[in-house]
Design a protein around this ligand. Structure first.
Ligand code: PEP
Ligand code: MG
Length: 758
């Protein structure tokens, strides 16, 4: 028996090298291969089964009857060989017949052989065949022998793929296609539908050459790749800068641990000793890890193994010189991007015209990348498990995040249904687009202002596309979120000016930065921050800005400079008590003073607003309203605080309705108060972008809605089909004595009145 896997594999690989280089036909090559392996492993039997036409066919053997070649066939999952291929797992048995899946095939004459060891021949993480050895004596195989078989299987995979022996149309992936689409379930992060080809953010490397010409040279390549990888990881951890990689600190720490793990580099080295190329050695070790991964029950440990898998892919990309992300290589066609996680800056690198959707293994509703994807209008599905096992690069994918689903390699029937749904959506959008130049006026002649929420420079285009009345909420923190370092005052000023210029006569309401809590900026050293248990209720938005006024002063100056000669609309987030508004206003006024003293150009006028997001403010609104030029209700935060229900918690997402009497009555009270003080009041939360909700809002007296751009057409259609003289009294009556199901009543009212809800 061989003493080490390296020497055993090496002996076989040396033989294989010659076979692969020879001009012989594929069948002849495989006949030689089984002989070489059997001799090296001193086994009575060595056989190769290949997956052809969906079944595993005995393709070459020594030891079994030659008559069985091309005759013995096993389905995936059938017998020992079928089990190995289906599970992409090893079998090591001292008594083959005792295995529950053992299927006796008399034509092979295998009854005299007791022990059996088989390994899958893997291509693109799927089995395209099986390599098996058998002995007459009953014995379990050593790890070193199994390892040698796996190494050989890897080389065989190259030979088989190059010779086109395993029919591509009958690989496991295609079998899945024949048996219908795989449906992956996830969490809707950004709603929408999209069709495209799977593109991995960090592409997987397909190994072209497995057998080394020069082992020492391969070793040096791996050493240098390890050095580079460690440098990269060190840099990422030390910077821990927002947006560099999109990985969390915790993952970076794990990367670091693995990057310096001596065991890992030693195993790769051993694989090189056995005669593999650097790429094949890394992949070989990784295959073993993946197989272990499948056996691990502990989710935490499995998670760590995923990290190692990620890192191995990085090492492979370094060693093969294919470093870029899919964004850097450029998208060639409509793409659904697949990633474990992404940073917002990484997402912004993609060509918007070709990026149709995103599927993440991680992701959460309030993650920065989600906010950016929403702003870009790219549907996004998160928390999808096992994407890398289920999806291959180039797979066709239908994404329907509204259903929380991604369909991989869809059947024709599914494809047709999807297309019909997509077309219906497009048709509806085209109808809405036709409303672009029509004003949002109700049937009884009330003009409602429909504005858009924005935050990125490109969002401004939405104004012209939708024909909206202006930007009702410009989330200035987006610039901070997508930047790797604190944006300088000059770059803030440039952004604001370009937005104001693009908006022309239409108003833009800038909200001062709402950072902190879940929108923390790692480059901003804010101690006390990390340990917040309830970040949404924490030290964020105006609270943070007033305590750290340097940031706010710079922003105020940038806003004033950018609005020179124009009207500046500025509002403050999360005002909880009137004094906070006073302080914020004084701070901006202080900057205006500073500029005035230096004879710098100033805005023609400044209009100050507050956001009502904290319920407590409603109780002192009579004190605040006289100081305000406008009030904007942020229903996203307001709802979570009214109901004490985290807005990012998936389990609570559907629990409380925006149309609950609690919210509607609260809003009615605020609108009445604002009206009595003659202060314009609007809504800038997501609620305003939903037709039925928006109908209730205008029924309550709201005349300004600032909404997500995609909803403008729909909301305009709703407004233009509504008669407020009927709706307003009806909504108020319903609120005075609320029915059990407010949503159902409002829906019935809309139907009765012929209101278009889309
Ligand atoms: C809100 O809370 O409703 C709001 C508009 O602000 P944001 O979603 O940015 O917190
Ligand atoms: Mg808010």
């Amino acid at each position: 028996m061989p003493t080490s896997s390296a020497s055993s594999a090496r002996e076989i690989l040396t033989g294989l090298h010659e076979v692969m280089a020879s001009k012989a036909a594929a069948q002849a090559k495989l006949n030689k291969v089984v002989k070489i392996i059997a001799e090296a492993m001193r086994s009575e039997v060595c056989s190769i089964y290949l997956l052809r036409d969906g079944v595993l066919e005995l393709y070459a053997t020594v030891g079994l009857k030659q008559d069985a070649v091309h005759v013995t066939k096993l389905a995936l999952g059938e017998g020992l060989v079928g089990t190995i291929a289906e599970d992409v797992a090893i079998l090591n048995l001292d008594e083959a017949t005792r295995h529950p899946e053992f299927a006796y095939r008399p034509e092979t004459g295998e009854e005299v052989f007791h022990s059996f060891a088989g390994v899958p021949i893997v291509r693109r993480e799927r089995a395209i065949g099986v390599l098996a050895v058998q002995h007459a004596e009953s014995r379990a195989y050593d790890d070193v022998e199994i390892e040698a078989l796996q190494t050989v299987a890897m080389v065989l995979s190259e030979l088989i793929a190059n010779a086109g022996l395993a029919d591509r149309a009958t690989t496991a992936a295609d079998k899945a296609r024949d048996s219908g689409a795989i449906r992956l379930q996830g969490l809707k992060l950004v709603s929408g539908m999209a069709r495209g080809t799977a593109v991995f953010h960090q592409p997987r490397i397909l190994i072209e050459h497995t057998v080394a010409e020069d082992t020492e040279a391969e070793r040096q390549r791996v050493y240098s790749a390890f050095r580079k990888m460690r440098e990269q990881i060190d840099q990422m951890t030390s910077q821990a800068e927002f947006g560099t990689a999109g990985e969390h600190q915790e993952i970076l720490e794990t990367y670091k641990m693995f990057a310096y793990d001596e065991g890992w580099s030693r195993r790769i080295n051993e694989a090189i000793d056995s005669g593999l190329t650097a790429e094949a050695a890394i992949e070989r070790v990784q295959q073993r890890t993946r197989m272990r991964m499948r056996e691990i029950d502990d989710p935490l440990l499995a998670e760590r193994m995923h990290d190692l898998d990620d890192l191995a892919n990085r090492l492979l990309r370094i060693v093969s010189g294919r470093l870029g992300t899919a964004a850097q290589m450029g998208l060639q066609q409509d793409a659904i991007l697949i990633a474990r996680n992404l940073g917002p800056a990484e997402l912004l690198e993609y060509d918007k015209r070709r990026l149709k959707g995103v599927i993440l293994e991680e992701g959460s509703l309030t993650a920065h990348v989600t906010i950016v994807a929403r702003a870009m209008g790219v549907p996004m599905l998160g928390r999808v498990r096992n994407i890398r096992q289920a999806i291959s690069e180039g797979d066709e994918i239908l994404l329907d995040t509204g259903e929380g689903a991604a369909f991989v390699r869809p059947s024709t029937a599914l494809d047709d249904a999807f297309e019909a749904k997509l077309l219906a959506g497009q048709r509806r959008r085209a109808e809405y687009a036709a409303l672009r130049d029509l004003p949002p006026v109700t049937k009884d002649g009330t003009r409602v202002s429909v504005m858009v929420n924005a935050g990125l420079r490109d969002d401004v285009a939405a104004l012209d596309v939708t024909g909206a009345d202006g930007i009702g909420l410009f989330r200035t923190e987006f610039q901070f979120l997508v930047s790797a370092t604190l944006p300088r005052r000059e770059s803030q000023q440039r952004l604001y000016k370009s937005v104001i210029d693009a908006a022309g006569d239409r108003p833009v309401i800038f909200r001062t930065i709402d950072i902190g809590g879940d929108k923390a900026l790692p480059y901003l050293k804010v101690e006390d921050h990390e340990d917040e248990e309830n970040p949404a209720m924490g030290w964020r938005a105006l609270r943070l800005a007033l305590d750290r006024d340097g940031l706010m002063k710079a922003q105020a100056r940038a806003l004033l400079e950018a609005s020179a000669g124009r009207e500046l609309n500025v509002m403050f987030p999360m005002v909880s008590e009137p004094w906070e508004f006073d302080e914020a206003r004084n701070l901006v006024e202080g900057q205006r003073q500073w500029l005035a003293e230096r004879k710098k150009p100033l805005p023609r006028a400044i209009r100050y607003g507050a956001m009502l997001e904290v319920p407590a403010l409603a109780e002192t609104l009579d004190l605040l309203l006289p100081k305000l030029d406008f009030l904007s209700i942020g229903t996203n935060d307001l709802t979570q605080f009214l109901f004490a229900a985290d807005r990012a918690h998936p389990k609570l997402a559907e629990r409380y309705d925006w149309l609950s009497p609690a919210i509607l009555r609260f809003l009615r009270r605020v609108v009445r108060m604002a009206n009595s003080h003659g202060v314009p009041v609007g809504i800038c939360g997501e609620m305003g972008g939903r037709p039925l909700e928006a109908m209730a809002l205008i029924g309550l007296g709201l005349r300004r809605l600032s909404i997500t751009p995609i909803a403008v057409g729909q909301i305009k259609a709703m407004i233009r089909s509504t008669d407020l003289s009927v709706l307003a009294p009806a909504v108020n009556t319903l609120l005075d004595a609320p029915p059990a199901d407010m949503r159902a009543e409002l829906t019935a009212l809309a139907e009765q009145q012929g209101v278009i809800l889309g």
